[in-house]
Design a protein around this ligand. Structure first.
Ligand code: SAH
Length: 251
């Protein structure tokens, strides 16, 4: 059996209770060493085999899983954040299907949730934005034509960019071409929820400069939108004048 597990964004206590239990029971752990906090491995059982997938190919990863299965052992494949986002789990699951190896998935706290917590921010403020676009700037990994950053930017909603910290000149250009005013608030969140986390507040037009000045080249999320601004409306849900299923208006 193979368990795909979301490790959470960094803080070692941000893995789910289920994920931590399965991790502690694993005979073999394959973890994404470039981003997963190694402190998570401290709870492994004695004799557990550990592999860092940063140095491995898909074939090698699946080979380790296959060998473990042959020995009747349990493998945990530990991915950063939530495995469903930029986790490359589909190709592993397809290989396991082909080999007839059973697996399941335990979700994790994605870095985009971690970043909101670090910022003490709400992505979906009433009358500011009710949508969050999670995407990346096209680089060595292409992005489908219909999802070009400038097209997505035309919505003007909250955006969270993964895997784009090295491409911020292009990001600025695309965001402005798509319709965000250059002074739209933005924040670079470096290593959200890790002890060394950092927040750099800036604007759409100063993203590249801010990253350069602070030496940020990776392990950061770019958040964009007026959710980082001052203005918003109160929620209807907690408005004394608003009646809903669970509460009568009190004035
Ligand atoms: N599955 C992961 C994302 C993997 S892609 C998730 O759900 O979070 C790797 C990218 O995620 C990094 O390049 C960076 O852009 C972002 N990232 C991962 N952890 C981060 C963290 N703690 N703080 C900021 N960005 C992070």
């Amino acid at each position: 059996m193979v368990h795909f597990i979301g490790a959470g964004p960094g803080g070692a206590d941000l893995i789910t209770v289920r994920g931590a239990r399965l991790l502690g029971e694993a005979d073999v752990i394959i973890y994404a060493g470039s981003l997963v906090n190694p402190a998570l491995l401290d709870g492994r059982k004695a004799g557990c085999q550990v592999h860092d997938s940063a140095k491995m190919t898909l074939e090698e990863v699946v080979g380790v899983m296959e060998e473990a299965e042959r020995r009747g052992e349990t493998t945990v494949r530990l991915h950063t954040g939530d495995p469903a986002l930029y986790g490359a789990i589909r190709e592993q699951m397809d290989e396991l299907d082909r080999l007839g190896i059973a697996y399941d998935v335990t979700p994790g706290v994605s870095a985009f949730s971690g970043a909101a917590a670090t910022l003490c921010a709400e992505y979906t403020l009433p009358e500011v934005s009710q949508s969050v676009i999670i995407t990346r700037m096209a680089g060595r990994t292409p992005v489908p034509e219909g999802e070009q950053l400038r097209k997505l930017a035309s919505h003007g909603c909250t955006m969270v960019l993964f895997l784009s910290t090295g491409l911020l000149e292009e990001v600025e250009r695309e965001l402005v071409a798509g319709g965000y005013p250059p002074h739209t608030p933005a924040a670079i969140v470096y290593k959200a929820t890790w002890p060394e986390e950092q927040v750099y507040r800036c604007t759409v037009s100063t993203l590249a400069q801010t990253a350069r000045e602070n030496g940020i080249t990776k392990t950061a999320l770019i958040t964009i939108g007026n959710f980082l601004g001052e203005k918003y409306q109160r929620s209807k849900l907690y408005d004394p004048a608003f009646t809903h299923e669970f509460r009568e208006a009190s004035r």
